[in-house]
Design a protein around this ligand. Structure first.
Ligand code: ZN
Length: 136
């Protein structure tokens, strides 16, 4: 599972999921950059076609290369799952603890250990992510 290894290379809650596109890459002409209309870049104010996160193409790739793209928030609002009950929050923390670290479990295994569905796992992840975002 190549993709799994990449996801787990960063602690849960610090990952960003917004740059993968919307699954319609297949219809896009090959090699064509996903650049939107021209606007001032959020980091430098220079005008250019906006790539994502309010960054123009050049800045986007620069921030991506130095691994600090997360510094610029996603402009499209992500769905936020609110964990209300104390118990659910505690479970989300247990889930996080199982997933991260060198011996971290896969999502599937963590679900088995905690006896939750993958849907619940996705909700925990969404909540942990929103929480990490708020702490930044
Ligand atoms: Zn810029």
């Amino acid at each position: 599972m190549k993709s799994d290894a990449r996801v787990l290379s960063r602690p849960i809650g610090t990952q960003t999921y917004g740059d993968r596109g919307r699954g319609d890459e297949g219809r896009r002409p090959a090699g064509k950059a996903r650049v939107g209309p021209e606007a001032p870049c959020v980091c430098c104010g220079e005008w250019g076609g906006i790539m994502a996160r309010g960054l123009r193409e050049r800045c986007y790739s620069r921030w991506r290369k130095n691994g600090r793209l997360g510094r610029w928030p996603l402009l499209r609002k992500q769905a936020v799952y609110e964990l209300e009950r104390e118990f659910a929050i505690q479970r989300a923390r247990e889930y996080e603890a199982l997933r991260i670290g060198p011996g971290g479990l896969s999502r599937k295994r963590a679900c088995i250990v905690l006896d939750v569905t993958t849907r619940t796992a996705y909700r925990y992840e969404a909540w942990l992510r929103a929480e990490a975002e708020a702490r930044r």
